[in-house]
Design a binder for this molecule. Structure first.
Ligand SMILES: [Zn+2]
Ligand SMILES: [Zn+2]
Length: 269
């Protein structure tokens, strides 16, 4: 089994340590893990909201790889927060850094934090959702230095509406633009398996969006638990792999030095 979305002590919202994740993953028989700690500029672009101490992160990654690398494949990834007005700055930030994998995620829209109520207050759900999806589209269109789009419908996690669904039929036009852009740029779509702990079904985005990505010839799918706590990490992943299989995917993506490697789903234990 594989997990390509894990936060450790280098993300301020995580209670996991890199070393504990390695030990736990080996105990659970995982074949491969990829750390994806946060790096998010503040909307002003002046300082970091979620900073990454790149040097310490790299040193700890090397230490863990030396200790556990003979038992499990360990990759050095990143979850980079994308904001359309800061893309040049974000690109520069990544210039001299080395990662195996970069997950591009949108956590702010027009300088407002998606995690906060302000983004949703006094407006229709469709307006908020469309604005968010438009920002996703702009970021992935204008930015190239990422391998996979993180949690495409993350807005469902934090919105304040009773109906938190993001159905393909309701946002077809903008979703197709996003999915086609990913396919044309050879970028992946993350199957974020945190959905269940937020009461949002099986995977984020939903199965129908994965099927559409597949219909559009999208083949690059990563599986990520988005773990911040041990209980997030200690979940059974097999069922999510089966869901991807049912959606028509035959492989799951892994990366090394930013190079894609597709692992046949049937080889995942
Ligand atoms: Zn995220
Ligand atoms: Zn994350």
């Amino acid at each position: 089994m594989i997990d390509y979305h894990i936060h450790t002590q280098f993300s301020k919202d995580s209670k996991l340590t890199m070393e504990d994740v390695c030990k736990q993953a080996i105990e659970m028989g995982l074949q491969e893990i990829c750390f994806t700690d946060h790096w998010d500029l503040n909307p002003s672009g002046e300082y970091f909201d979620f900073d990454l101490n790149y040097q310490s992160y790299t040193m700890e990654y090397i230490r863990c790889s030396e200790m556990y690398g003979d038992k499990i494949k360990i990759k050095k990834g990143l979850e980079i927060g994308l904001q359309s007005h800061l893309l040049d700055k974000i690109d520069k930030l990544l210039k001299d850094k080395n990662f195996d994998f970069i997950l591009g995620s949108i956590h702010y829209v027009n300088k407002v934090d998606l995690f906060k109520e302000d983004f949703y207050k006094n407006r229709e759900k469709s307006e908020a959702f469309n604005e968010y999806l438009q920002e996703v589209y702009t970021c992935i269109t204008e930015f190239d230095n990422f391998d996979c789009l993180g949690h495409l419908d993350v807005i469902r996690r934090y919105c304040i509406y009773n109906d938190k669904s993001l159905l393909y039929d309701d946002y077809m036009e903008i979703l197709d633009k996003i999915l086609i852009m990913l396919v044309n740029k050879n970028k992946g779509l993350e199957a974020n398996i945190s959905a269940e702990r937020y009461g949002l079904g099986n995977i984020l985005p939903s199965e129908e969006i994965f099927k559409r990505y597949g219909d559009l010839e999208g083949k690059i799918v990563t599986l990520g638990s988005d773990s911040h706590l041990n209980e997030h990490f200690k979940i059974e992943r097999k069922k999510y792999i089966n869901i991807l299989k049912e959606c028509g995917f035959t492989h799951v993506a892994s990366f090394e030095n930013r190079n894609l490697c597709l692992i046949p789903i049937d080889e995942l234990e």
